[in-house]
Design a protein around this ligand. Structure first.
Ligand code: NAD
Length: 347
């Protein structure tokens, strides 16, 4: 069992990582546990104590204010106090709505997260960004409010359907390509199945991703000094692709397509090298995905450009794209939105 600790503005974030880590959450008292219907058995068999619970829908369509209001209503009904804890058990959609609810109720109550998908273990449960989709735009309403305790039970990965595990791989590849050449080499030397069937390698992979993200978050918790934006590699195009598909393509899949297209665009603009594009394609191919950015594009190029323009990292005319300069070395490039629109129309 690994124990990791990061200091953020509201205090430390403690992360427990290991096979069968769930019981280390301890006996829950004065807590509301929020989870999706599909994880009822896990909650009932894995959590102890005198807690209250609320089942919610998960998935992208449930990342709405309605779901947040449902959680807030239950907190009010149960007369939970400022010292009470909100616990989320689920994937990234659950932690995104629960984190937002925890930040709003009584201006913020303690929050614990149990991520249950690969994507939420390596990314979504970490770093304090939460949010809901609004007006068709992804994560446009939200706050910065991290879980102070995160329990990552790797045994959950064993029962994970292949497509769901696949969805976490996009973010893992992102850390490798943009900031972690050691992780890149590890991924190239192993297969994903090989890693997930080996506890030591699973813990290495997860702790590397957690550390990559939390180190940047510790340096730029509120996304203000240009460090954290590095984590956005693949996300400007990726979020636009998710939105343009009506959220029918998974986040991780969209991030893979987004990285391929952003690297190709950057190469056209002279912002990166052919070696970077080749290295990225080799990694993505090795992980079992198509290396052709076009394969990830949903229809409606004009719509895609509009979603790029509404990216949270954009100004009126430009957007900041983090682009690898070599594998593991990032640079943030400011580019004209019109040049992205031109590029997408040609694809
Ligand atoms: N806040 C952040 O920093 C951040 C970062 C990355 C992604 N995200 C968000 O995360 C969301 C995606 O999260 P996700 O991929 O975890 O999807 P998800 O939360 O929608 O879960 C996907 C499906 O997996 C099921 N599931 C959950 N745990 C399971 C398990 N152990 N075994 C079997 N099935 C299980 C769920 O019931 C659901 O049907 C997106 O909305 C994305 O925007 C947020």
């Amino acid at each position: 069992m690994l124990s990791l600790r990061y200091m953020l503005s509201r205090g430390p974030t403690e992360i427990i990582l290991g096979d069968g880590a769930l019981p280390s959450i301890g006996k829950l008292e004065d807590s509301l546990v929020v989870y999706p219907h599909s994880l009822r058995q896990l909650v009932e068999s894995g959590l102890r104590g005198n807690y209250e619970s609320l089942e919610i829908n998960d998935g992208e369509e449930s990342k709405s204010f309605d779901t947040v209001l449902k959680i807030l209503g239950r907190l009010m009904e149960g007369r939970f106090k400022r010292t009470s804890t909100l616990v989320s058990v689920g994937g990234g959609t659950v932690s995104d709505v629960a984190g937002l609810a925890a930040s709003l109720y009584l201006r913020g109550i303690p929050y614990t997260s149990v991520p249950t998908t690969l994507l939420s273990m390596v990314d979504a449960s970490l770093g304090g960004k939460n949010g809901v989709n609004f007006g068709g735009v992804k994560n446009v309403l939200g706050t910065f409010y991290g879980a102070s305790r995160i329990v990552v039970d790797t045994s959950l990965l064993r029962s994970m359907p292949h497509n769901l595990a696949n969805d976490g791989i996009g973010e893992i590849a992102k850390y490798a390509a943009i900031m972690d050449s050691e992780l890149y080499s590890f991924l190239m030397e192993n297969t994903m199945d090989g890693v997930l069937n080996d506890q030591k390698k699973t813990e290495y992979l997860l702790s590397k991703c957690i550390n990559d993200k939390m180190e940047l978050v510790s340096q730029d918790e509120f996304d203000q000094n240009g460090k954290r934006i590095i984590l956005n590699f693949g996300h400007t195009f990726g979020h636009a692709m998710e939105a343009a598909s009506g959220f029918s393509i998974g986040h991780g899949h969209a991030v893979i397509g987004g990285m391929l297209l952003e690297a190709d665009f950057a190469l056209e603009m002279g912002l990166t090298t052919k070696e970077v594009q080749k290295g990225l394609q080799e990694l993505i191919g090795h992980l079992g995905f198509s290396v052709h950015g076009k394969d990830y594009l949903p229809g409606g190029r004009a719509e895609l450009s509009e979603f790029v323009a509404s990216d949270k990292k954009s100004t009126r005319h430009t957007v900041k794209l983090p682009i690898p300069q070599s594998i593991g070395i990032p640079k943030v490039c400011e580019v004209e939105i019109s040049s992205i629109s031109d590029y997408l129309e040609r694809k």
